[in-house]
Design a protein around this ligand. Structure first.
Ligand code: NAD
Length: 314
């Protein structure tokens, strides 16, 4: 099967018994929209899996930083012995950066990771309808918006699937998968196969605010910030208490610094607005940190200070 044959053909049974939706090991062309925290992480996942990856951003500076993040992660992986130098070089060679939407025309899959703004996400999918073929799968990485709402930006809502990656995407195995109201079964099946070929574990959830993970992660992070504000421990001691107790490999403050305090504030506020559950409301410390520009690793200061502001450290 070549990359010219689409997921729909898969579903139509044209290659049925020889491997319906058998995507493992196949090289696809994947477009990643938005070269920020999630887009650069997802692009890293794609090149590591051997897919030609078109990383697109409207901002030249955002794109340059995203490419640097992908290459930095691969270099670090080689230094740590997780990849050979040749494997890292091969992965890097699969990444192409662009600010021209027209360059995304050959995409088999588009993974959208632009700002969390419904009108923007709809607009981007609508523009892409005119650029990519009908067979192209559209994945949205929204955290709080309705997949159905985002999908309504495309004339072919049946091809849109919610794929919510966990941050940092190259390290975290889980992707939550949520169908929109009009998502077709071929699109869901192809998505699950594709994610599996990336080495990801998928859980299927509903198109509801917060999916599964943010329903428990956001209140937990907020309660850790509350504990800090109440003086129950320091940033360091609360982080240190987590791996040896509830077994999370990373404490809440290291994680929040990677996520970005601005993103946490936005996600928590949106979930609070939709769920009306006070556990989601961001504690005042978050507002103060965002107002001060202490957004975490990306700005060099969050709960911790960082000399190195690259997403994964160099
Ligand atoms: N940060 C997290 O932990 C996390 C986790 C899961 C999902 N998400 C979701 O992922 C998405 C992206 O979040 P992020 O944290 O990577 O944000 P970010 O601010 O780091 O990056 C967003 C990028 O999108 C770019 N962009 C804006 N408009 C664009 C357009 N029209 N076309 C192309 N690029 C455009 C911006 O220039 C920026 O580089 C959001 O929907 C967010 O809710 C975030």
């Amino acid at each position: 099967m070549t990359t010219d044959e689409g997921w729909r053909q898969d579903d139509d049974g044209q290659i049925a018994d020889s491997g319906v939706l058998e995507v493992s090991g196949q090289r696809r062309t994947v477009a990643v929209l938005g070269a920020g925290t999630m887009g650069s992480g997802i692009a890293t996942v794609m090149v590591r899996a051997g897919h030609r990856t078109l990383l697109y951003d409207v901002a030249e500076t955002g794109l340059a930083r995203g490419i640097e993040t992908v290459n930095g992660f691969l270099d670090k992986s080689a230094r740590l012995g997780k990849l050979t130098a040749d494997e890292a070089a091969a992965a890097k060679s699969l990444l192409v950066g662009t600010t021209d939407l027209g360059d995304l025309a050959p995409s088999d899959v588009v993974v959208e990771a632009v700002w969390e703004d419904l009108a923007l996400k709809k607009e981007v999918f609508g523009q892409l309808d005119d650029v990519v073929p009908e067979r192209t799968l559209f994945h949205t990485n929204t955290s709080t918006l309705s997949v159905t709402g985002v999908a309504s930006g495309s004339r072919l809502a049946e091809r849109v699937v919610g794929t919510h990656y966990c941050n940092p995407a190259p390290l975290m195995k889980l992707v939550e998968v949520a169908n929109g109201r009009h998502t077709a079964s071929w699109a869901t099946r192809a998505t699950l196969e594709f994610l599996s070929s990336l080495g990801k574990t998928s859980v299927i959830t509903k198109d509801r605010p917060g999916f599964i993970v943010n329903r428990f992660l956001i209140p937990w992070e907020n309660s850790c910030i509350d504990a800090l504000e109440a003086g129950l421990g320091t940033v360091e001691s609360i982080d240190a208490a987590v791996p040896g107790s509830i077994g999370h490999p990373m404490g809440p403050f290291r994680l929040l610094d990677i996520v970005g305090l601005d993103i946490h504030q936005q996600v928590a506020t949106r979930l609070y607005e939709q769920l009306r559950d006070p556990r989601f409301f961001p504690p005042p410390m978050v507002d103060r940190m965002v107002a001060a520009g202490d957004l975490g690793r990306k700005t060099g200061r969050g709960f911790y200070d960082y000399d190195d502001t690259s997403l994964f450290g160099s």
